[in-house]
Design a protein around this ligand. Structure first.
Ligand code: GLY
Length: 415
């Protein structure tokens, strides 16, 4: 089997390692663009490629299946391009990728199918948005219509902050065209949860629940990042919340996807907010989460290639998981998610115990050096979250580089 994995972070390294663990003897992995870790377990495709060039590459190199990790490629239409080449690819076509790439499209879909989501209003005029804020009686999140590389969400603690956010997005155009339209959404207090699932065009099969730590600072403070850690399972996904999720989010989503012909073989990620006794859908992603993938795969019992292949024969997927907990800590470069320095020598990586995943590191002249904001994802597995957390942080101590930064509270408070 020749498998191409598209993306270049810890998630793609985790997908690759899981595939090899289950199918080492007959799997060749290719990555685009990949990173220093994926280059060890497979071949990174060099140079910048258009989607068309990537399609030609896949055809020429007899790629059997392509798995897309990164949303950017999905939103740009990689699935449609690969289908035109007659290639098998896991991910949504362009229109379905709008569930992630176009917030207004996603919210309208949720509204149409009665999927429980915080209330919202849409504005393309700055003045109308300001007038709305003046009458608004609840806390709000201001969101750009486009995903703006994951940065287009501003949580406003008061009206002044909300107005500032509108000015940043609509007048100063900090996020470019992504901010031509904005959503002003009711901001709900609660606990977040991520549910990643497999969609095989007919049914949705959820993974274990995860909790993603999105902010750079402890206690969820500071700037949004790509994710500073995660735990599985999410301690707030109680049985009654699962039932609520299935009834008010998952089932109407499936009905909507089928009715609107938004079906695809791929992953659907539900970004949730759990309030006192209800769960709300904040957003869909149409791919596996990062660092949720790194936290989930070490617990998956299935052969992941079998899971992927079952898509193409419309076979029911029976997911099976180890009865354990997982905690992933992201080691980053100080300064991330803004400016940081690359090229710092990393010590301890070659003798680090699995599971761990490379996100932004590469080997140069026999030494590992940093090459990105998020550098290494270190995972601990245990019978409880606190045991998994302890094991992850024990491993974190074994890695050293100048300007290393990580959150100390991943998995804390959830014993
Ligand atoms: N962990 C959130 C994401 O992958 O976007």
């Amino acid at each position: 089997m020749n498998i191409l994995i598209v993306g270049g972070g810890g998630r793609e390294h985790a997908i690759g390692k899981k595939l090899l663990e289950d199918n080492n003897h007959f799997t060749n992995l290719y990555f685009y663009p990949g990173n220093g870790g994926t280059g060890i377990i497979g071949k990174n495709i060099d140079g910048k490629k258009t989607l068309l060039e990537l399609g030609f590459f896949a055809k020429k190199n007899l790629i059997d299946i392509t798995i897309v990790g990164s949303e950017i490629f999905l939103i740009e239409g990689i699935v449609d391009v690969f289908h035109n080449f007659g290639l098998k690819i896991i991910g949504p076509h362009c229109l379905a990728a709008k569930l992630e790439g176009d917030r207004i499209f996603a919210k309208s879909f949720m509204k149409k199918y009665g999927i429980r989501t915080p209330k919202y209003n849409i504005f393309s005029s700055y003045q109308e948005a300001i007038d709305f804020l003046d009458q608004c009686t609840f806390s709000v999140a201001i969101k750009t219509n486009g995903i703006a590389a994951g940065k287009g969400v501003i949580l406003a603690r008061n009206k002044n902050e909300a107005k500032e956010a509108l000015e940043t997005i609509m007048v100063k155009k900090k996020f470019g065209k992504s901010g031509d339209k904005v959503l002003i959404e009711e901001f709900l207090q609660g606990k977040e949860a991520s549910i990643i699932s497999i969609f095989n065009k007919k049914q949705i099969f959820p993974f274990l629940s995860a909790l993603d730590y999105k902010k750079i600072g402890e206690n969820e403070t500071g700037m949004n990042t790509g994710g500073m850690g995660a735990i599985v399972p999410n301690p707030y996904m109680t049985n009654s919340i699962w039932i609520d999720f299935q009834k008010n989010i998952l089932e109407p989503t499936l009905e909507g996807l089928i009715s609107e012909k938004l079906t695809f073989f791929g992953f659907l990620y539900f970004g949730l907010m759990i309030t006192l006794n209800k769960v709300y859908l904040l957003e869909y992603n149409t791919r596996i989460g990062d660092p949720e993938a790194q936290t989930l795969f070490p617990l998956m019992k299935n052969n992941f290639l079998d899971v992927i292949q079952s898509f193409f024969v419309h076979k029911k997927v029976s997911l099976s998981w180890k009865n354990l907990c997982s905690c992933c800590v992201v080691l980053s470069s100080k300064g991330y998610p803004e400016k940081y320095k690359n090229g710092q020598i990393i010590k301890g990586l070659d003798s680090l115990q699995e599971p761990f995943y490379i996100a932004g590191a590469k080997k140069e002249k026999g030494k590992w050096v940093t090459s990105g904001g998020r550098v290494i994802n270190i995972v601990g597995i245990g019978n409880t979250i606190s045991e998994a957390r302890r094991k992850a942080y024990d491993k974190v101590k074994k890695i050293q580089f100048i300007d290393s930064f990580f959150r100390k509270d991943i998995g804390l408070y959830y014993n």
